[in-house]
Design a protein around this ligand. Structure first.
Ligand SMILES: [Fe+2]
Ligand SMILES: [Fe+2]
Length: 246
């Protein structure tokens, strides 16, 4: 096995899914991720202060850089963010910070304390719950979502100008071949997966956080593992809350 299996020779799909927001999605074939394969999605918010959301796993770093540099040289990254500390969300944090000397990690309080400020070579820039920051043409808001879907330090990022909610592992789908965006109903398949792999820490406590996110009226639900869902994001988040209650 080579050192970057299962990502050797894999091509990352690049699509602009909202104005200035690019989805970089790397597939893993079923032979490496049975039974259907899987995808790892990063989001690049382009502009004067480019922000990358999710790092991808450490072994995927070369794939990520190859794709990223078709849009933005890695040393021009200004911000790095992710929703919790886990190999796919933050595994390449150190490689990215090394390759991008001006890049700072922009996350919530608990992520800074529990993950970034111990592991990274420079401290995180912290956004409080609901706090916004202008980054070039985009504006991002941080949302603390402890244990949603997992990890105490969990949070999500909302891009206010495009109403894009980078919702991490919510609405996760199996499969290695998804369209970049969809309006199809992704909830039944993601719920079927959650029943088999119960990856939520505390689904019964999720409703208040999901309702808070629904109040932002997202138009794009940019999950990490699957297509970006486009439509009435508030309605979809309420349906997820109902499903988690069931
Ligand atoms: Fe996760
Ligand atoms: Fe993930």
């Amino acid at each position: 096995m080579s050192s970057n299996e299962p990502f050797a020779g894999v091509e990352t799909q690049i699509d602009e899914v909202a104005d200035g927001i690019f989805r970089l999605s790397t597939p893993v074939a079923a032979e490496h991720f049975p039974p259907m394969g899987f995808t790892y999605g990063q989001f690049l918010l382009m502009g004067d202060e480019p922000l990358l959301y999710h790092t991808g796993p450490r072994r995927m770093f070369d794939c990520l850089v190859t794709a990223l540099e078709k849009i933005c040289p890695i040393d021009k990254l200004r911000w790095l963010s992710f929703g919790h500390g886990e190999s796919d969300e933050s595994g390449s944090m150190l490689q990215i910070l090394e390759a991008a000397p001006k890049c700072e990690v922009l996350v919530g309080t608990m992520l800074s304390r529990l993950v970034v400020n111990d592991a990274a070579p420079r401290p995180a820039v912290v956004l409080g719950h609901g706090e916004t920051r202008k980054i070039g043409r985009h504006e991002v808001m941080w949302l603390d979502t402890p244990h949603l879907p997992h990890n105490w330090e969990a949070g999500m990022m909302f891009e206010t100008t495009t109403k894009t909610l980078m919702c991490g592992d919510l609405f996760t789908l199996m499969g290695d071949d998804h369209p970049a965006t969809t309006t199809d109903d992704i909830l039944p398949a993601s719920e079927e997966l959650r029943q088999r792999l119960p990856y939520y820490s505390n689904p019964q406590a999720a409703r208040p956080k999901l309702e808070e996110m629904a109040a932002l009226k997202p138009a794009n639900l940019a999950g990490m593992h699957g297509p970006v869902w486009q439509g009435d994001g508030a309605a979809m988040l309420h349906r997820l809350a109902d499903a988690l209650d069931g």
